[in-house]
Design a binder for this molecule. Structure first.
Ligand code: SAH
Ligand code: SF4
Length: 383
């Protein structure tokens, strides 16, 4: 069993099955997700016999890193191998007061949104729990390490970076303080693995993030929004992108199955249990497609009486796309129109665009590329 595959309850069951007390599971969880242990040998306060049994029956298999790139603005992107020539990406975005990791949930995506390069690549497969959680596990390890091993080099013991590198990091805490499920894939189409991963993000004996600091973004899978609300409510972002069904049917094809009225009703239900008292609507700004003043007015009418905020995302181009980003003045005018109607509206700052790490630019095809994976390493990071 790969221990990174087990959520808090799964870990307890796993230990109970071999006659161990539940507190052992919590102890191992802290080693895995707080001390970021890469091997059982480093779990020094476990009984030797338990360590031996773990080493014999279980493993800690973190993701295999194909590429690790840092942009000029400090944004850092990892490309992880998920087999069969596919890869997924995670992006770390440092800000003044927080460190956000954008996490992928699927290799490719079946939703086929017209303006998204992940959509253009098609659906390959769902990621497993360890592949989702492993993105956060690895990011924290790599960020805590002063000199992360270069791809292809053997591992070593990593020294913690000086705390001053990230002003928001409290002593002994991990650099990633917020997680957004906004990488590759539709997280609500993979809930059986996303929910256990979310539970680890939230668990006090794992990453211990508050529900408000974990956000799931969806293109609008209505029944799955209800399931998320029932099983693991976290902050919700919804990719709206159009003020009417005709345009949304075209841009976000899942709208044909769950049209806007149904989607907004699901948002309302979600807010009854959500950790935040608003939904964030993402709205990609496409030149001449969805950026007219009348469309801003239609949006205002559409979301009337729904507590929400808007996040306008300047479209990020990718090879083969027919869309263009709206000119800056048009985005600002659109924002003003929403704000004048009382809607809190921000424009997403594009981060990491010199390393293709911006929204909608993540792609995972690595076929036919010579790659030298980082062998599954075992290097300890001090808590
Ligand atoms: N699949 C989920 C989450 C991942 S995408 C979803 O669609 O919500 C995160 C955000 O980036 C979504 O709002 C998505 O629509 C948007 N996006 C996709 N492609 C983009 C592009 N090329 N430029 C800007 N934003 C894009
Ligand atoms: Fe999938 Fe989201 Fe891209 Fe749509 S925007 S294709 S749901 S990743």
């Amino acid at each position: 069993m790969n221990l990174l595959d087990l959520d808090p309850q799964g870990l307890e069951r796993h230990f109970a099955a071999r006659g161990e007390k539940p507190f052992r599971a919590r102890q191992v969880s802290r080693w895995l997700h707080q001390h970021l242990a890469g091997d059982v040998a480093s779990m020094t306060d476990l009984a030797k016999s338990l360590r031996a049994s773990l080493a014999a029956h279980d493993s800690i298999e973190g993701p295999t890193v194909l590429r690790d790139t840092t942009a000029s603005d400090g944004t850092r992107k990892w490309l992880f191998d998920v087999g069969d020539g596919n890869a997924v990406e995670a992006v770390f975005i440092p800000e003044d007061d927080r460190g956000t990791l954008c996490v992928s949930s699927q290799a490719g995506c079946a939703m086929d949104c017209r303006f998204c390069s992940t959509g253009a690549q098609g659906f390959n497969r769902n990621l497993g729990v360890a592949e989702i959680v492993g993105q956060l596990w690895h990011a924290n390890r790599a960020l805590l390490s002063d000199t992360p091993p270069a791809p292809g080099s053997p591992g070593g013991v990593a020294e913690p970076r000086p705390a001053s590198a990230w002003p928001w990091v409290e002593a002994g805490r991990a650099p990633v303080t917020n997680v957004v499920m906004m990488g590759m894939g539709e997280p609500l189409a993979n809930l059986d693995r996303v929910i256990p991963a979310l539970r680890l993000f939230l668990d006090d004996h794992a990453y211990g993030l508050s529900r408000r600091r974990v956000t799931v973004s969806t293109s609008g899978l209505v029944p799955q929004m209800d399931r998320l609300a029932a099983e693991c409510p976290v902050a919700l972002a919804v990719s709206l992108h159009a003020p009417d069904d005709a345009l949304r049917d075209h841009l976000v094809p899942i709208n044909r199955k769950h049209p806007l009225a149904e989607l907004l009703a699901a948002c309302r239900r979600y807010l009854e249990v959500a950790p935040r008292d608003f939904v964030t609507f993402e709205y990609v700004m496409l030149d001449g497609v969805n950026d007219a003043p009348a469309q801003a007015d239609a949006l205002v009418a559409l979301v009337r009486e729904l507590p929400c905020k808007f996040n306008l995302i300047p479209f990020n181009p990718f090879r083969g796309t027919g869309f263009r980003v709206s000119p800056r003045e048009r985005i600002v005018a659109f924002q003003r129109r929403l704000m004048d109607a009382g809607l809190v509206t921000t424009i997403r700052r594009t981060r990491g665009d010199d390393i293709d790490a911006a929204c909608g630019q993540l792609a995972g095809r690595v076929k036919n590329r010579v790659i030298r994976p980082l062998a599954t390493r075992s290097f300890a990071v001090r808590p």
